[in-house]
Design a protein around this ligand. Structure first.
Ligand SMILES: [Mg+2]
Length: 366
């Protein structure tokens, strides 16, 4: 195939309410919709693919205008290039992009177009193993932002009514507020599975305090994601040793070398794979398979993304065969959904729809 060109436009969908985590806040998605056009060199047919690049400035560093510029500029390297397989694509994308977020959106769009050309789902291009198990389902948690504890309790009970049992609870800004939030959760959803996520804000001893609070409230601790700062691997190792639940490295693992360091220092027992962090589904898959070989658990997560980004992440999950923790909920936090297809959602259960490429299209304008 030959890459014709990439185009990008802003993807700014307002959130139902502000998304607040220990390191920052957003009120709408700050992404770019990437449209890739490739040409089948035998038939001269043009195939169009869609990908999402999603910035969350507090976490990703880059913001929406950076993405739009980077994707426009990448045409200087990519337009007109012939691609035979993964290694060509990888080399070209490495050349064309400096930041992993724009790269991820471009790679997803190119995989979508490539899948349409080959009449294969994206997960097959990512190396999924054929299994006779039929439809691929996962159960996602839902994220509770940092907010007034009583309000977080109300949000949780609404989600519980909609079929969610696992809650990702954002913590780490104020321990007393975190404790009150957990009390509210225990009162309204006593059977909840709690997945704490401090986005790196805590010292190990404060992380351990939160764990005792969860246990004291008789809530199930599903995991503790990034309790300590990305480079505080000693703190992470301390929590890993004592948590009695998986400790998930998110900000600590951006590259495959980070994964090996974290594993060597026993600083986590699980890793959160995100397309935007690793530069796209191909590298995320490589890191995921390395983590599986190391005996680590896999979480598949996302930034604040629409259905398009989440569907690409589901193809990643399907390509890995088994994932342990799924955090693909952010389309539920949006006021509207500009896309359709990709997966079907019933409550917390997501079912990948079989089709060519990523399988998501733009919704007809209302
Ligand atoms: Mg996280």
């Amino acid at each position: 195939m030959r890459i014709a060109r990439l185009d990008a436009r802003p993807l700014s969908i307002p959130l139902r309410e502000p998304f607040v985590i220990s390191s920052g806040r957003v009120d709408s998605t700050r992404g770019a919709l990437v449209v890739a056009r490739i040409v089948d060199e035998r038939s001269s047919t043009v195939h169009r693919g869609l990908g999402e690049a999603a910035a969350l400035p507090a976490v990703t560093g880059v913001d929406q205008p950076d993405l739009l510029r980077a994707i426009a500029r990448a045409n200087g390297v990519l337009a007109g290039q012939s691609v035979e397989g993964h290694s060509d694509l990888r080399a070209l994308l490495d050349d064309a992009f400096d930041d992993p977020v724009s790269r991820a959106g471009a790679e997803a769009a190119l995989l979508d177009a490539w899948g349409k050309k080959e009449r294969l789902p994206a997960h097959a291009l990512l190396g999924s193993v054929k299994n006779g198990a039929g439809a691929f389902h996962v159960t996602t948690d839902v994220t509770l932002p940092i907010a007034e504890p009583a309000h977080v309790g109300e949000l949780a009970s609404g989600w519980q009514g909609a079929g969610f049992t696992a809650f990702k609870v954002k913590v780490g800004r104020d321990l007393d507020d975190d404790a009150r939030t957990l009390e509210q959760l225990a009162r309204r959803c006593p059977k909840a599975e709690v997945r704490l996520d401090a986005n790196g804000a805590l010292a190990a001893r404060d992380a351990m305090t939160l764990i005792s609070i969860v246990r004291g409230l008789h809530l199930t601790l599903g995991c503790f994601e990034q309790p300590c700062a990305a480079d505080d691997l000693e703190g992470m190792a301390h929590v890993t040793l004592l948590a009695g639940a998986p400790v998930v490295a998110d900000e600590s693992v951006k590259t495959i070398d980070d994964l090996f360091t974290v594993a060597h220092k026993k600083a986590a027992t699980a890793v959160n794979l995100k397309l935007m962090k690793h530069g796209g589904p191909v590298e995320a898959g490589r890191i995921g398979r390395a983590a599986q070989r190391l005996g680590m658990k896999i979480m598949v997560g996302a930034m604040v993304e629409t259905r398009l980004g989440l569907a690409a992440s589901l193809h990643l999950a399907r390509s890995l065969g088994k994932v342990d923790l799924v955090d693909l909920d952010t389309s539920l936090l949006l006021r509207w959904d500009p896309f359709e297809g990709g997966y079907a959602q019933r409550g917390a259960e997501l079912t990948l729809l079989e089709g060519d490429g990523i399988g998501v299209g733009e919704a007809a304008a209302a």
